[in-house]
Design a protein around this ligand. Structure first.
Ligand code: SIN
Length: 531
C-alpha cells in the first residue's frame, strides 16, 4: 500500500469536478455569490467533449420555432422515455442560456437574417446555433475560460484526478483527489458538483477524447448514489474511418446542410430505410449503415459532401476540412470514409430538475448526469444546452444554500500501487463492449460480455489506486458492468438500445432501470400522457 504520509486538507465552499461547459458555466454563475469555488480538471481545460462539440447547440431562437416544437422533437427522439418536466425546463430555459453565452462573449455565427441556424437529425426545423463553423464547443470553452480568469474566487486545478466522494450521514462532504504529483488531497466542501462528463471510452470505437472514462458516474455509484439509463449509449453515424486516423467526428450538421451517405456501390441508401433519410434519428441511421456494410463486407460507408449547395465547405466546416486534409482527403471532391462510433453516454447520475442527486450537498450536471431529458436517444445538440440549463439551476441552489463545509472525520483511503496491466485491460474492455454491447445486442452476447468483464475485474483488482490510469480502469469496469446489466434487463428495443432478440418496443418497459450500490436494481415507470 502507498501511504498518504502527510494528509493534505483543503476546505472550500464549492468543489466542481470537470472542466467542460457544465463545470465552467456552473462555476461562473455560482461564483457570483462570492463563495470560494474550486474547479478540478483531470487534464487541461481544452480536453473534453465540450471542446470537441461541432454541430452546435440547439435552442428555439428563431421566429418559426417555439419551445413546444423543440419539446416535441426531443420527445420524439427520446422514444417514450423522456422526463416531461426535465424537457420542459430544458426547452423553456434554453433560449435564456443562449443569451447568457452571448453576454459572456460567445460569438455565434450569423447570416443576413441574424443567427445562422443549421439542422441535424430528428429536428423538424433549423434550430442549431454554431460558432466558427464547426468549432462551437471550442468557442464556448474559450469564452467561459476567459471569464473564469477574472474571478478571484474561482480556483482551477488541472491534472488533478478526483478519486472518491466523502460521504457522511449528513450528505456529501467533498472528495479525495490526487494532485498533479500523485499526492492524496482531502477536499472538504459545503457543496460538491460532479460535471466530469461521459464514458464513451468504454467502447473501442468512439468520437470522445481519452478523458471520457466516466469517473464521476462511477464515483457516485461507489458512494451509493442512484444511477440510471445506463443501457442507453448514443452512437454517432459519421466518425472518420481511415487507417491510422482517430475516429474524428464528422458533424451531423454536414448532413444537415445536404451531404449524402453512399454505400460501396456509390448508391444513396438512407431513403430505403427511413422517411427522414440522412437526417433520421441517429440510432436509425447507424443501424441502416450496419445493414449496408454487412451486404458488401465493407468496413465503412461514404459521406459525399459535394451536394452542399452554396456552401463554401472549408469555410462552413473548417475543423472537419482541416482534419480531413491532414489525412490526405481533398474536400469537397473526395468522399469521406465514415462509420458509426460511440458518441454520447445518456445514462448517469440521476438528478431532479435542479441538478440535485437526492444526497444533501451533492449535484450532478452535463453528461455525467441523468436528468431525463434525453430519454432513450438524445436529440442532436441538446447536450450543451442541458449543461447550461441545469448548470444554472445548480448554481442558483448553491447560491441559496447555507451549507457549511463539514470537516468529517473519515479514514483516508489506502492507495494501491499502479496496475501496470491497466492499458491492456482497458483495450480488451473496449473491444468487448464494442462487440457485444454495441449497436446491436442480444442475450447471448451480453452474457458473454459479463463473463469477460468478470475475468477482467479479477485481473484488474478493484481497490483505490494511487494513479490515474489504474483508477480509470476501475471506473470503466464498474460502468461497463452496469451498461451490460441494463442492456440485459431491457428486454426490448428502444432508441439507442437495440436487441436482436427483442426487436420491438414494449409498453411495459416505459421506465428507467435504477442502479444503487447495495440495493436491489429497481424499475421506475415514467409518467405518461403529459404531452
Ligand atoms: C454533431 O455535430 O454531429 C454532434 C452534435 C451532437 O452530438 O449533439
Amino acid at each position: 500500500m502507498l501511504s498518504a504520509s502527510t494528509e493534505k486538507i483543503e476546505v472550500w465552499d464549492v468543489v466542481i469536478i470537470g472542466g467542460g461547459v457544465a463545470g465552467l458555466y456552473t462555476a461562473l454563475l455560482a461564483a457570483e455569490s462570492g463563495k470560494n469555488i474550486l474547479l478540478l480538471a483531470k487534464t487541461e481545460l481544452d480536453e473534453s467533449n465540450t471542446q470537441e462539440a461541432q454541430g452546435g447547440i440547439a435552442a428555439s431562437v428563431s421566429e418559426q420555432d417555439t419551445p413546444r416544437l423543440h419539446l416535441l422533437d426531443t420527445f420524439s427522439a427520446g422514444a417514450g422515455l423522456c422526463d416531461y418536466e426535465a424537457v420542459r425546463t430544458l426547452v423553456e430555459e434554453g433560449p435564456a442560456g443562449i443569451n447568457d453565452l452571448i453576454q459572456m462573449g460567445v460569438n455565434f455565427d450569423q447570416n443576413e437574417y441574424g443567427l445562422a441556424l443549421t439542422k441535424e437529425g430528428a429536428h423538424s426545423l433549423r434550430r442549431i446555433l454554431h460558432a466558427r463553423g464547426d468549432a462551437t464547443g471550442k468557442v464556448i470553452r474559450e469564452a467561459l475560460t476567459a471569464r473564469l480568469r477574472f474571478h478571484a474566487n474561482i480556483t482551477v486545478r488541472t491534472h488533478t484526478f478526483a478519486l472518491d466522494l466523502i460521504m457522511t450521514e449528513s450528505g456529501c462532504a467533498g472528495l479525495y483527489c490526487l494532485d498533479p504529483t500523485g499526492q492524496l488531497v482531502t477536499i472538504y466542501a459545503a457543496n460538491t458538483v460532479i460535471a466530469s462528463g461521459g464514458a464513451c471510452n468504454l467502447f473501442a470505437i468512439t468520437t470522445n477524447p481519452p478523458v471520457a472514462t466516466g469517473d464521476g458516474i462511477a464515483m457516485a455509484w461507489r458512494a451509493g448514489v442512484p444511477v440510471g439509463d445506463m443501457e442507453f449509449v448514443q452512437f454517432h453515424p459519421t466518425a472518420l474511418m481511415l487507417e491510422g486516423a482517430p475516429h474524428f467526428l464528422i458533424s451531423e450538421a454536414v448532413r444537415g446542410e445536404g451531404a449524402l451517405l453512399l454505400n460501396d456501390n456509390g448508391e444513396r441508401f438512407m431513403p430505403r430505410y427511413h422517411a427522414q433519410g440522412e437526417l433520421a434519428p441517429r440510432d436509425a441511421v447507424c443501424r441502416a449503415m450496419l445493414a449496408e456494410m454487412e451486404k458488401t463486407g465493407a468496413r465503412n460507408l461514404w459521406l459525399d459532401v459535394s451536394p452542399l449547395k452554396g456552401e463554401d465547405f472549408p469555410n462552413r466546416f473548417p475543423t472537419i476540412y482541416r482534419k480531413c486534409t491532414e489525412y490526405g482527403l481533398d474536400l469537397p471532391g473526395d468522399l469521406i470514409p465514415v462509420a458509426p462510433a460511440a458518441h454520447y453516454f445518456i445514462g448517469g447520475i440521476i438528478t431532479d430538475i435542479n441538478g440535485w442527486t437526492g444526497v444533501p450537498a451533492l449535484f450532478a450536471c452535463g453528461e455525467a448526469s441523468c436528468t431525463g431529458v434525453h430519454g432513450a436517444n438524445r436529440l442532436a445538440s441538446n447536450s450543451l444546452l442541458e449543461a447550461l440549463v441545469f448548470g444554472r439551476r445548480i448554481a442558483q441552489a448553491i447560491i441559496k444554500s447555507d451549507n457549511k463545509p463539514l470537516h468529517a472525520d473519515c479514514p483516508l483511503p489506502e492507495l494501491l500501487p499502479a496496475n501496470t496491466d491497466a492499458p491492456a485491460i482497458i483495450d480488451e474492455l473496449g473491444k468487448t463492449m464494442w462487440q457485444y454491447v454495441g449497436l446491436r445486442r442480444d442475450e447471448t452476447g451480453l452474457k458473454k460480455a459479463q463473463e469477460i468483464l468478470d475475468t477482467l475485474t479479477d485481473k484488474a483488482g478493484m481497490g483505490t489506486y494511487g494513479d490515474r490510469s489504474s483508477m480509470e480502469l476501475v471506473n470503466m469496469l464498474t460502468l461497463a458492468k452496469l451498461v451490460t446489466e441494463g442492456a440485459l434487463l431491457r428486454k426490448e428495443s428502444r432508441g439507442g438500445h437495440y436487441r436482436l432478440d427483442y426487436p420491438r418496443s414494449q409498453r411495459n418497459q416505459l421506465g428507467r432501470w435504477v442502479f444503487q450500490r447495495g440495493q436491489q436494481t429497481k424499475f421506475k415507470a415514467i409518467q405518461e400522457g403529459r404531452l
